[in-house]
Design a protein around this ligand. Structure first.
Ligand code: 5AD
Ligand code: SF4
Length: 382
């Protein structure tokens, strides 16, 4: 028998999701969404009513499991230097139209303290990939200094997320031991062929998987994610992305629409792009929330950049993390992963999120519940 609230009859005219209000959409829809065909139909169907129903169900599920809290991460983009050459990204090594910058340890600690004083007790340190032998010791120093400066009276201080790319096992472990406890490394696409089409041959899919497994083994809360609407990307591949997140049992997810950057090779691609990358990203978030109810999902800057409703609809779809930016004004333009990147201040986010009936959870780490569950641990008071 089908779960209540679901109508999966196979004729195209019959609804995939019914309006009928089920008891618990997480459980009700989970069963059906484990069926790939249903996920595919939801992704490929551009009926706004279907999307609305899906988002409604994701919202009910999210409120039930996670409540109204939205966890903020103070984002410091501390360097735009990058040794890699991803075909889609404005920070790629061969983009010479960019002033490269790198903040100092003191500058980063100062920004982290400002964030702390604003009630932002979780920090995300992000940069391009630097393969300089001094870079890992540099980040270790930053992590230790931020921890020291914020851990008063025996408290655990700032929660630190890193997003600094592919490194070796020992480097990841040293950063973990220094005090970082969450790591974001997007797979970009779970499809190995598409991965190869958007990266140069020197960057390998297998290497990225290896890095993700190192991070899990070391004990990080591990986040990954994909871009939605890449040239040549299909709904089948997006459905596989969702399966990939489940198979890897990830704790955190960041997904955003692909946005063309004119200075990149991928901007010249003629391959077709799915019809509605924004709406499809929202559906991906909603499907992720319904099938992985306890993970943390970020409302990405890219989602907020391509549509003014990105924040409100991203939260409605199930995102529970936002990233107010602490990167100094003079460097923001230079951290141009894609064109016209939008920045939201903490004040604006707090107000907009309150207007939606949600609440920015200040003074907390906002860890992934899923992580504690998979470790067999009780979720600590945040
Ligand atoms: N459009 C959207 N997201 C992008 N990223 C990089 N370039 C783009 C782009 N053109 C994302 C990638 C990367 C993260 C740092 O930024 O997913 O992992
Ligand atoms: Fe560098 Fe990351 Fe951009 Fe790739 S996506 S070029 S690794 S900053």
């Amino acid at each position: 028998m089908l779960p209540r609230g679901l109508n999966m009859r196979s004729t195209a005219k019959k609804p995939i999701i019914s309006k009928e209000q089920p008891g618990n959409p997480c459980q009700e829809l989970l069963l059906a969404l484990s069926d790939r065909e249903t996920t595919l139909r939801i992704l490929a169907d551009d009926d706004p009513e279907l999307r609305g129903l899906l988002l409604d169900k994701a919202e009910v599920c999210r409120l039930e499991v996670m409540g109204k809290q939205v966890y903020p991460r103070a984002l410091i983009e501390f360097s735009n230097q990058c040794a890699l050459n991803c075909f889609y990204c404005g920070l790629r090594r061969d983009n010479s139209d960019l002033l490269r910058y790198h903040l100092s340890v003191d500058e980063i600690v100062e920004l982290a303290l400002q964030a702390w004083d604003m009630g932002l007790h979780s920090l995300a340190l992000q940069s391009g990939e630097v393969h300089d032998e001094n870079e890992v010791p540099f980040v270790i120093e930053v992590v230790k200094r931020v921890k020291q400066a914020t851990s008063r009276d025996g408290t655990s201080g700032m929660g630190i997320t890193l997003s600094i790319g592919e490194l070796g096992f020992d480097a990841y472990r040293a950063l973990f031991e220094a005090g970082a406890h969450r790591y974001l490394l997007r797979i970009e696409t779970s499809d190995p062929d598409l991965f190869r089409r958007i990266h140069p041959p020197s960057q390998s899919y297998e290497r990225r998987l290896e890095c993700l497994s190192y991070l899990k083994e070391i004990g990080y809360q591990v986040g990954t994610g994909v871009m939605v609407g890449l040239p040549g990307q299909s709904y089948e591949q997006l459905a596989s992305d969702l399966e990939f997140f489940r198979a890897w049992d990830i704790d955190m997810l960041g997904m955003g629409p692909y946005i063309t950057h004119p200075g990149t090779p991928l901007s010249r691609s003629r391959l077709p792009i799915i019809a509605h990358p924004f709406a499809t990203t929202l559906k991906m978030i909603a499907l992720a929330r319904l099938t992985m109810p306890e993970i943390n999902i970020v409302c990405s800057t890219a989602l907020q950049t391509i549509n003014p409703a990105g924040l409100s609809l991203g939260i409605k779809a199930g995102a529970n993390v936002v990233m107010p930016v602490m990167t100094p004004d003079e460097h923001r333009r230079e951290y141009s992963l894609y064109a016209h990147k939008k920045y939201s201040s903490l004040d604006r986010l707090v107000k907009n999120i309150a207007d939606l009936g949600y609440e920015v959870a200040l003074d907390s780490w906002g860890d992934s519940r899923h992580y504690f569950k998979r470790q067999g641990l009780a979720y600590p008071v945040q």
